[in-house]
Design a binder for this molecule. Structure first.
Ligand code: HXC
Length: 262
């Protein structure tokens, strides 16, 4: 690939494959810069548009998923330049536009913007070496990409306040216990386990996956009654897909389904 801050690869041998995006600024513990986000946004949207890709895995290195926004860059800004350039956050929303499942595979540090980026993924699989935190307050600033919004929704107010106000890090066990990550695996199995989860997803119906993702995300933005009503109508609507017939016919005939993603 022609990228400088990320590495892209494709894994799997089924009809739908897994896109693997690796953050790659090792000397800065994958600190998140505008050039990195330009590349990440471009790669995410390209994979999302590619019919041969079923889902996307985002990972970092053994030492760090990402140690936050790039501090030397932040240090150059004042209020006016931050607003004018939409500092650091200008491309962050790209990841939220991706319709396919995005899994974060986190080893080592996921701090500040790194933790926020992981939280923008659909779920997080953590290595037992993972450490999560929002240490912005140590730099005299606030989080700027979801730390005060997604973290409390994930772990509750008490733990979010604790992490945000004390700047402490939490390890993978605490992160799993509090609901920030879906599973913890040994560090040397992180990629294998995450790619296996991705492979399972790749075999399922793309429209069903997309609608599930949309409904879960909507549950954080709407009331229960509205969410449940939308869910029921979407459930009815998927009976218009070939994949519904295939999935149920396969079950009734005791054979594996072959989804055509329509
Ligand atoms: C730029 C960074 C960096 C960062 C680490 N490095 N974090 N460079 N931006 N966020 C660099 C270090 O300067 C160092 O470069 C190299 O990576 C290795 O880091 P060390 O500090 O030597 O490693 P270690 O002692 O193991 O400590 C690791 C660490 C520490 C605990 C992760 O680096 C750290 O506290 N980093 C900052 C974490 C942080 O505050 N993140 C929040 C940023 S604010 P050299 O060249 O010296 O070897 C933020 C706001 C987001 O994220 C807002 C969203 C818009």
């Amino acid at each position: 690939s022609s990228y400088e801050c990320i590495i892209t690869a494709v894994h799997g041998d089924g009809p739908r494959k897994t896109a693997l995006i690796t953050l790659n600024r090792p000397k800065a513990l994958n600190a998140l810069s505008d050039p990195l986000f330009d590349e990440l946004g471009e790669a995410l949207l390209a994979f999302d548009a590619d019919d041969s890709i079923g889902c996307i895995v985002l990972t970092g290195s053994e030492r760090a998923f990402a140690a936050g926004a790039d501090i030397p860059t932040l240090a150059q800004h004042d209020f006016q330049s931050a607003v004018r350039t939409d500092m650091i956050t200008r491309n962050w929303e790209h990841i939220l536009r991706v319709k396919k499942p995005v899994i974060a595979a986190v080893a080592g540090f996921a701090l500040g913007g790194g933790c926020e980026l992981a939280m923008m993924c659909d779920f997080i699989i953590a290595a037992d070496t993972a450490k999560f935190g929002q240490p912005e307050v140590k730099l005299g600033v606030t989080p700027g990409a979801g730390g005060t919004q997604r973290l409390p929704r994930a772990v509750g107010k008490a733990k979010a306040m604790d992490l945000l106000l004390t700047a402490r890090m939490m390890d993978a066990t605490e992160a799993e216990r509090s609901g920030l990550v879906s599973r913890v695996v040994p560090a040397d199995k992180l990629l294998e386990e995450t790619l296996a989860a991705a492979e399972a997803i790749n075999g399922f119906s793309a429209p069903a996956l997309q609608l599930i993702k949309e409904l879960v995300n909507r549950s954080f933005e709407s009331g229960l009654k509205e969410g449940v009503t939308s869910e029921r109508r979407v459930f009815h609507a998927v009976f218009g897909t070939d994949d519904q017939r295939e999935g149920m016919d396969a079950f009734l005939n005791k054979r594996p389904p072959v989804f055509k993603h329509g």
